[in-house]
Design a protein around this ligand. Structure first.
Ligand SMILES: C[S@@+](CC[C@H](N)C(=O)[O-])C[C@H]1O[C@@H](n2cnc3c(N)ncnc32)[C@H](O)[C@@H]1O
Length: 233
């Protein structure tokens, strides 16, 4: 063993190990925060912070994993349809969805946080799309249909993309979505592994079945899946 190698080892012992511990500690803290957030969300509404959307929802690097266009294809939107993006966030899916349904269709983008809708409004302004409206509200609310944008039996497709686990009363959310859909309409639920609120397919299927939906397509795999349901005619 030469002099350089001995020196390198000493430097590692002095400097390398603390860095290793710091990285380990950061990872541990992130895992713990995610766990606490996940468990708390079963009881309280703690939505994804709007100030973090640039890092996760609008980040081109994360896009490689969350694949917006693939999700839009799995939802199955067609030209002229009425769609409801539930928990739209900063509009990652709402904008491409509005382009997909075209000028004869319409997208309602619903979120519980005004700050998310503000971010989406800015994007709508830049694209010049006129077939998309934002709606502030909680999908579990008793008077969900009190808004003109959310009429009973008016939607062809409604979707929840990495939203379900953030909603404490998931059954109520699905019941409201059932009411908002036209007979024969589609509910689409997408979950992505790594999201602190990830819901297993079995949970999604159980909720859908309990609400009266019929499972239709399952697309993807457990790392990133979309489970579609039909509201019976
Ligand atoms: C992780 S973000 C996902 C945003 C978007 N679907 C996407 O994939 O880019 C979850 C969003 O759901 C919204 N949300 C959570 N609970 C909600 C509720 N009960 N009603 C409406 N929106 C809700 C949050 O405010 C947040 O913007």
């Amino acid at each position: 063993m030469n002099y350089m190698t001995i020196c390198d080892e000493k430097v590692l012992q002095r400097n390398g190990m603390p860095i290793f511990y710091v990285v380990g500690l950061v990872v541990l803290v992130l895992v713990l925060v995610s766990l606490v957030w996940r468990l708390s969300s079963q009881k309280w509404q703690i939505p994804f912070p709007a100030w973090l959307s640039w890092l996760f929802l609008d980040n081109p690097l994360i896009e490689i994993i969350i694949r917006t266009q693939a999700t839009i294809d799995r939802i199955g939107l067609r030209s002229g349809e009425q769609g409801l993006d539930v928990g739209c966030g900063a509009g990652r899916l709402s904008i491409p969805a509005a382009k997909k349904v075209g000028p004869t269709g319409k997208i309602v983008a619903l979120d519980i946080q005004p700050k998310m809708l503000n971010q989406l409004q800015k994007k709508i302004g830049k694209t010049g799309l006129s077939n998309i409206v934002t709606q502030l509200g909680d999908i579990t609310s008793d008077d969900i249909t009190s808004s003109d944008n959310l009429q009973l039996g008016s939607f062809d497709r409604v979707w929840l993309v990495t939203v379900l686990g953030e909603i404490p009363n998931q059954q109520k959310a699905l019941q409201n979505l059932y009411r908002l859909l036209k007979p024969g309409g589609t509910l689409s639920v997408t979950e992505i592994f790594g999201d602190p609120h990830y819901q297993a397919r079995s949970v999604v299927l159980r909720l859908g079945h309990k609400t009266g939906f019929e499972p239709s397509h399952y697309l993807g795999n457990f790392l990133s899946f979309t489970q579609n349901f039909i509201k019976p005619e």
